[in-house]
Design a protein around this ligand. Structure first.
Ligand SMILES: [Zn+2]
Length: 283
């Protein structure tokens, strides 16, 4: 396996697990030495910061590769969609949408502190809201857009989806998350070493709840920025369309996906309600 395939995020999680279990095991056999536990927490936090930071820069590098393989491949004059005569209307529309997205992203870069933002197309014609994602490291950003957002029946909500991801980049939510997860790693080791099991589990449950709450707030803040840019009507339409799409999924699978999504995103009905509170005009 090449170095480029190493998942630094998983390496960081493995390090945290080993350190927390190791500290808990030592402190279970001997009275906890506060200095030693604090030192282990600081070391864990430093390793987490380093590996999670590498994971972010790796994502930006991978994003440039994805851009070449997906976005640029579709737009190249000699690309497969252009070869051999006229392209079909859907593809022509999609290419037009991609050009508009590029123009908006260039405007965004000029108005922000970012130096470059790569774009990639993911998924297929059928997809859900979560097929849009972004990440940032330093002054580089990357945005993944689901293929289906670029088709005619989604063109009305594409600007909202894009603005939501650009808001994440503008706010540098990736850096804030790096900071909060590093702090969480240190607290987990401190809990493992200094607290009885029941209290440690209680504190970890509270930390998890606070982390989820913070993620929800981040998503709602980006929804608000996107709605401010596109207007309330587009924001509400985006979430209503998403709700309608979600209802097409078999019930059990839908409930399972909704449950998993709650770890990082607010429930969709809350997002619809939040969108209704957005300013009515568009920028
Ligand atoms: Zn988001």
């Amino acid at each position: 396996m090449g170095l480029e395939k190493v998942s630094y995020g998983w390496l960081a999680r493995a390090t945290l697990t080993v350190m927390a279990c190791g500290v808990a095991a030592v402190c279970w056999q001997h009275p906890p030495a506060v200095g030693g536990v604090v030192a282990a927490a600081v070391i864990t936090a430093a390793i987490w910061w380093f590996l999670a930071g590498l994971s972010l820069s790796n994502a930006i590098w991978s994003g440039l590769v994805s851009q070449d393989m997906t976005w640029h491949a579709r737009l190249r004059p000699d690309g497969p969609v252009h070869r051999g005569g006229p392209i079909d209307p859907d593809t022509e529309f999609m290419v037009g949408q991609m050009r508009q997205v590029e123009d908006r992203v260039q405007d965004f870069i000029r108005a922000s502190d970012l130096e470059h933002v790569s774009l990639a197309v993911t998924g297929g014609r059928i997809g859900l809201w979560h097929e849009a994602a972004s990440t940032r490291s330093g002054r580089g950003g990357h945005v993944d857009l689901g293929y289906f957002w670029l088709f005619p029946d989604r063109s009305n909500v594409l600007p909202y989806i894009l603005e939501h991801e650009l808001a994440h980049l503008r706010r540098n939510d990736a850096r804030a998350r790096l900071g909060t997860t590093t702090l969480r790693a240190a607290l987990i080791v401190l809990c493992a070493g200094l607290l009885p099991l029941a209290q440690a589990l209680l504190v970890l449950a509270v930390l998890t709840a606070v982390g989820i709450g913070y993620q929800w707030w981040t998503e709602l803040a980006c929804d608000r920025e996107a709605a401010r840019h596109c207007g309330r009507r587009v924001a509400v339409a985006a979430w209503k369309q998403d709700l309608a799409d979600t209802r097409q999924i078999p019930l059990v699978r839908r409930l399972w996906a909704a449950l998993l999504a709650l770890r990082s995103h607010p429930p969709m009905l809350l997002r619809v309600w939040w969108a209704r509170l957005a300013p009515s005009g568009s920028a």
